[in-house]
Design a protein around this ligand. Structure first.
Ligand code: 6PG
Length: 259
């Protein structure tokens, strides 16, 4: 995505560790991300047979999945893409809370992607056993560098408490562990989750955040403000060798100065 991104903010000369795209509304933001994703995939498929992508869940990406299916379903070489999940709630895939279930209902059930190219976390399995199984599935498919899988692209969201993946405030040990994925727990609902760990996320070639809505604006301000020392999981996303890009709508970027 490095060569296709048009930065709306002059982030290069501020030596920021990330790029920022600010679009008028949630639809335009998701649409720009999909267009950049398609360009990136086309670019990478000149050198690669398969592309490995990990998707987050929650509400925000649903619009993106809808756009991918409705506007670009025929433009994407689905058979070349392998989709994993950044995290999953420990629920059955037919639950409305299931990240995979929602992505499948909105997108993957409507496009010609081979079943074997979808690598969901099995939310209804015993979490301890599923961590072992899912780790093995990742390591047997995704290329590794320094012992960690290197996803070509990881799509993240951010909660208004600054969590990302299913790494919640106070769980920063999930950025220290050498495990590929781990069990976590939602601090309020106590719902068990399975999540990729921080080291795996930061090992990706491209990390993109899709964040929209006014309720995320204060955390976005804190992320963008290098001097703000308040650390929360989304702020610990720093790619080791890849690129980090924030796709924000105007509401989420309300406190971000646009030159
Ligand atoms: C999840 C996600 C999580 C999500 C944020 C934002 O399983 O909930 O992976 O990290 O990205 O919670 O969620 P919204 O898009 O619903 O605000």
């Amino acid at each position: 995505m490095k060569t296709f991104l048009i930065c709306n903010l002059l982030t290069m000369n501020s030596k920021r560790l990330f790029k920022t795209q600010v679009l008028p509304d949630a639809y335009e933001t998701a649409n720009r991300l999909v267009m950049d994703l398609i360009r990136y995939i086309g670019h990478m498929l000149q050198y690669r047979e398969n592309i490995y992508i990990a998707l987050s869940g929650g509400n925000t990406p649903m619009l993106m999945f809808e756009i991918m299916e409705k506007e670009y379903g025929k433009a994407i070489k689905w058979e070349k893409l392998h989709f994993f999940w950044v995290d999953e709630r420990c629920v059955a895939s037919n639950s409305e809370e299931s990240n995979f279930g929602n992505a499948y209902r909105i997108l993957f059930s409507k496009v010609p992607i081979p079943k074997e190219n979808l690598h969901p976390i099995h939310g209804d399995e015993d979490p301890i056993m599923e961590v072992v199984r899912y780790t093995g599935e990742i390591l047997s498919n995704v290329p590794c560098i320094n012992g960690f899988p290197v996803f070509d692209l990881i799509l993240l969201g951010m909660g208004n408490d600054g969590h990302t993946a299913s790494i919640f405030p106070g769980q920063v040990d999930l950025f220290e562990t050498t495990a590929v994925c781990s069990i976590s727990q939602h601090p309020q609902t106590l719902q068990k989750r399975i999540t990729l760990t921080g080291k795996v996320i930061n090992n990706a070639s491209e990390i993109v955040f899709l964040v929209t809505g006014a309720n995320k604006a204060d955390k976005i301000k804190s992320v963008i403000d290098e001097n703000d020392s308040f650390i929360f999981p989304a702020k610990k996303i720093r790619p080791n060798q890849g690129t980090l890009t924030w796709y924000l709508d105007k509401e989420a970027a309300a406190y971000v100065e646009v030159p």
